[in-house]
Design a protein. Sequence first.
Length: 221
Amino acid sequence: MHIRFSKVLLWIISFLIVILSLFVYAGFNGTPWEKHRQIQNMDSYLSKKYHTDFIMKKIDYNFLSETYQVYSYPKGHPELVFMVEQDADASAGYSDTFPKVFWESELSNHLKKTIKGLFPRLDDTTFTAKQIDERGEYFGPHIPTYKEIHESQLACSITIFIKSKWEKVKQAAEIEKMKRLSHFLESVHFPVLVQITYYEKERNQNDKVFFITEEGRIVDK
C-alpha cells in the first residue's frame, strides 16, 4: 500500500513538473497553436496591404511585450527580409518594416525617381525610409504629430525635406504634387506614411509639414 501511494505521488509530482515546464516554455516562447494563428493573420495582413504574396520565414515570441514577430520576404525576393509584428497602436493590429527594406533595395529606384520628379528640390540627405521610433522627430505647435494622424511608432515613414519657405512656393501646385504622389502610391500598392516638410534655413517649430497617410489622406494641421 505504501509503495503504491509512493508511485502515485511520484506520478503526480512528475505530471505537475511537466505542466509547469510547459507553462514556463510558453511564457518565453509562445504556444505552437498561437504561432500558427499569428502566421496566418500576418500573411493575410501583408497580402491585403501590398497586393502580393509573401513567404513567412520565421516566427519569434517577445516575452517582454508578449507579442509575436515574423520574419518574411516577398515571393521571389528572399533578399528582402523584413519584420512584421503585433502592434496594439496600429489600426490593423500589426506593423511591418517592408517599406524600409524595399526602400534600401534597387527595386525602389522607380519609386524614388517618381518622387524626385515631383519634388526636384528635395534634400537627398534626408530622403529616407525609417521606422518612426528611429527618427526622434521634433514637433512644434504648428506641426501635426504622429499621434494626431493615428500612426504607430512602429510604422515606417518616408521623409521629403524641401528647403523653401511654404509662403514662398506656389502652394496650389505643391498640393497638386502631393495628390499625384498619393495616387501613385495607391496605384503601385505601396501604402506608406510620407512626411513632406518645407523649411527656410534650419528646421524649427515654424516648419510647414504635410503628411500623406497610408490610406492616401493629405493631412495639414
